[in-house]
Design a protein around this ligand. Structure first.
Ligand code: FES
Ligand code: FES
Length: 216
């Protein structure tokens, strides 16, 4: 090492203290140091009934319902596509209504009943919508499929309850529903494989909607 680089620890500290004196920027006091320490993790208790089972979680209040299901309860059937409410891969049923679970905090659902794809049906005892998806080849890679099926099941409930959509604003005047109506109601569920026509065929079979091509 050359003489220009012959620093000692003492000389460096001494220079630092001199710099503090010159600039007026003090070393942090204890209050500042505490503020700079990472905050202790805050958790909240949330109780859900998931797929018929009471579950209690102690979680960071910022945890989405999707992460609560996937990371804490290991129910990985619901998929994380965009995590921004744009693809529908994370759709689950909460109190019978379909929601994007990535957009909702788990703590907002304290006391709620949640149904995921794992509960809708099982091999050998498929939900009619699952069976129709298989029959009509309504998936390719399958990544969007749990969300599509949960959404389709929720959608049928909406129509039965007479919840209006953009296509049919007054279902009482137009009982039943058409393929166009279903397409509109499923527009929040994207499929990068483009299995849309097969998905609609499957839904039409389950819902008893008129044949594909029926116009609203
Ligand atoms: Fe929730 Fe895409 S992952 S909408
Ligand atoms: Fe691949 Fe829909 S089946 S994204």
């Amino acid at each position: 090492m050359g003489g220009d680089h012959n620093f000692s620890r003492r000389s460096v500290i001494g220079a630092g203290m001199a710099s503090v004196a010159v600039t007026g920027i003090g070393l942090p006091d204890e209050a500042d140091a505490q503020a700079l320490r990472p905050a202790a993790t805050v958790t909240m208790t949330v109780s859900l009934t998931v797929n018929g089972r009471p579950r209690t979680l102690e979680i960071d209040p910022r945890t989405s319902l999707l992460d609560a299901l996937r990371e804490h309860l290991k129910l990985t059937g619901s998929k994380k596509g965009c995590d921004h409410g744009q693809c529908g891969a994370c759709t689950v049923l909460v109190e019978g209504r379909r929601i994007n679970s990535c957009l909702s905090l788990a703590v907002m659902h304290d006391g709620d009943a949640v149904i995921t794809i794992e509960e809708l049906g099982r091999p050998g005892a498929l939900h009619p919508m699952q069976a129709a998806f298989v029959k009509h080849d309504a998936f390719q890679c399958g990544y969007c499929t749990p969300g599509q099926i949960c959404s389709a099941v929720g959608m049928l409930g909406e129509i039965e309850a007479g919840v209006p959509s953009h296509v049919a604003t007054d279902l009482s005047a137009k009982p039943g529903f058409t393929v166009d109506e279903m397409r509109e109601r499923m527009s929040g569920n994207l499929c990068r494989c483009g299995a849309y026509s097969n998905i609609v065929e499957a839904m039409a079979e389950v819902s008893g909607a008129e044949a594909a091509g029926t116009q609203a």
